[in-house]
Design a protein around this ligand. Structure first.
Ligand code: NAD
Length: 448
């Protein structure tokens, strides 16, 4: 969907519109910078600071220099920063949280449009003492508040890195600092131990991978297929027979292959597992994206509408996953990424069936994370918020405008924003990211 469709954003970014919006106190909606191959990582220099005992500031500084970014370690009031990065991993007591304030307070108003604030911590569950765990958990409230204050299309995230997993954090640092994470805001991501293989070329992080994407004919699934192919993967695009034409178009556009299959049929798991094993030697990345809605409030919802949504969105995924894990459809250290939804977290009127299925996806991801970890693999979920698709374009204007503005970035996301997040989670370099649920929602107020 073209950005021109967001008339509010266009008007409030024109000179007279800006003035009027400011006077009326309307939400500011800054056009987001999105990834293009060859783009600079940051929009300006990075300022890095650390509390005593930090394990991560050195890793980040090295990475940024490798990426050609300018790195400063002391603040300069005339500079506008592309990123403010604070390593709080060494904070062991609530009294030491003052260090985060001291670092960010003088510079928080000196962040470029579309800049990044990144706080690094130690996962509370891995902290050495109850006091350290308390202080580390406190960082969540800080970062989520920065996300709501910062404006200008800038985002704030908290990255918890387990002790000893410092090098496994690279793919997540690159994602969260770059414009690939344009619509990811106010999130908490955990990096743990897991075999993370850095790619030969970070511009092609999925080179040599085979990826399966369900529901790839159109919408978010087509965008996921495109981004995975752009990043170097060979993509198998799956959708129902009725979408055959659109499916072939997506597959042809990206040089992938098309597989017509209804994932709810009894033989779908075996057919898919055999296809991936025999034609491709197993997939390295499986993206469960196919999904449907059949909205009605519970009292008016038919049993068929309940069954259809639970069937496609949850039970079929479980059956496919079991089959792929059992007989080589997914390679041993493969990645699974499931598309959940913000409504699975927050609940939604008229969507008891849909929200049940999408909350179930989160349950599945969390329950299977240890199973995948044993094989050297990972499973994670993305939970999109308001994404500009044909579905949202046909909403009544009031509902659509409310959905667009009720988040820290005051706009809807695009399918590509979900796709970039899936590509990061699906990467061989993201082996330390397992069992996470990452919202792609511009820090929506719903379910926060
Ligand atoms: P869409 O309807 O445009 O695309 C879904 C695709 O899944 C279609 O091509 C459809 O044919 C396919 N599909 C449906 N049933 C299938 C089956 N039984 N077997 C194989 N393929 C099947 O939807 P979308 O908006 O692109 O959504 C994609 C995913 O993102 C869904 O899981 C959806 O729940 C989720 N999501 C979307 C939004 C949003 O704002 N659009 C928000 C949150 C979550």
């Amino acid at each position: 969907m073209s950005p021109e469709t967001d008339t509010y954003q266009r008007l409030t970014n024109s000179q007279p519109g800006k003035l009027l919006a400011g006077r009326l106190g309307l939400p500011k909606s800054t056009p987001l910078r999105r990834y293009e191959p060859g783009q600079e990582l940051l929009t300006g220099p990075a300022l890095i600071g650390a509390a005593p005992g930090g394990r991560l500031d050195g890793v980040v500084a090295l990475l940024l220099r490798e990426c050609g970014a300018e790195v400063a370690t002391s603040a300069d009031e005339d500079t506008r920063y592309g990123a403010l990065i604070f390593d709080a991993s060494g904070v062991e007591d609530s009294t030491q949280l003052r260090a985060v304030y001291d670092f960010l307070h003088p510079v928080i108003r000196h962040v470029h449009a579309n800049g990044r604030v990144l706080v690094l911590g130690t996962p509370p569950e891995a902290a050495a003492t109850p006091r350290a765990a308390t202080a580390q958990r406190a960082l969540e409230g800080f970062v989520r508040s920065i996300g709501k204050e910062i404006g200008g299309g800038a985002t704030a995230q908290l990255l918890y890195v387990a002790p000893g997993a410092e090098t496994a954090a690279e793919s997540s640092l690159r994602f969260l600092l770059s414009s690939r994470s344009a619509y990811v805001d106010g999130q908490v991501v955990r990096v743990g131990h897991g075999p993370a293989t850095a790619p030969v070329d970070w511009a092609q992080p999925l080179a040599g991978q085979v990826a399966l994407v369900t529901g790839a004919a159109r919408g978010i699934g087509a965008s996921i297929a495109e981004v995975l192919a752009r990043d170097g993967a060979e993509v198998v695009c799956l959708d129902v027979g009725a979408m055959g034409e659109e499916l072939s178009r997506t597959a042809n556009r990206i040089g992938g292959s098309a597989l017509q299959l209804d994932i709810t049929t009894p033989d779908a798991p075996a057919t898919l597992a055999t296809h991936l094993r025999e034609r491709h030697g197993g997939a390295g990345i499986v993206v469960h994206n196919a999904g449907i809605t059949r909205d009605k409030t519970l009292g008016r919802m038919t049993g068929d509408a309940w069954d259809a949504v639970l069937g496609v969105n949850l039970s079929a995924q479980e059956r496919l996953t079991d089959a792929l894990l059992a007989d080589g459809g997914l390679v041993a250290d493969g990645r699974i990424v499931s598309v959940s939804s913000m409504n699975g977290i927050a609940g939604q009127r008229g969507q008891t069936n849909y929200a049940t299925s999408k909350a179930g996806i989160i349950g599945m991801v969390q329950a299977l994370a240890p199973v995948l970890a044993e094989r050297g693999g990972t499973i994670n979920a993305v939970a999109p918020g308001f994404i500009e698709t044909q579905m949202t374009a046909s909403m009544p204007i009031g509902t659509r405008e409310a959905g667009r503005r009720m988040n820290s970035l005051a706009q809807g996301g695009r399918p590509v924003d979900v796709a970039e997040t899936v590509a990061w989670l699906g990467s061989p370099a993201s082996g330390g990211v397992n069992g996470n649920v990452v919202r792609v929602c511009g820090q929506s107020l719903l379910g926060a």
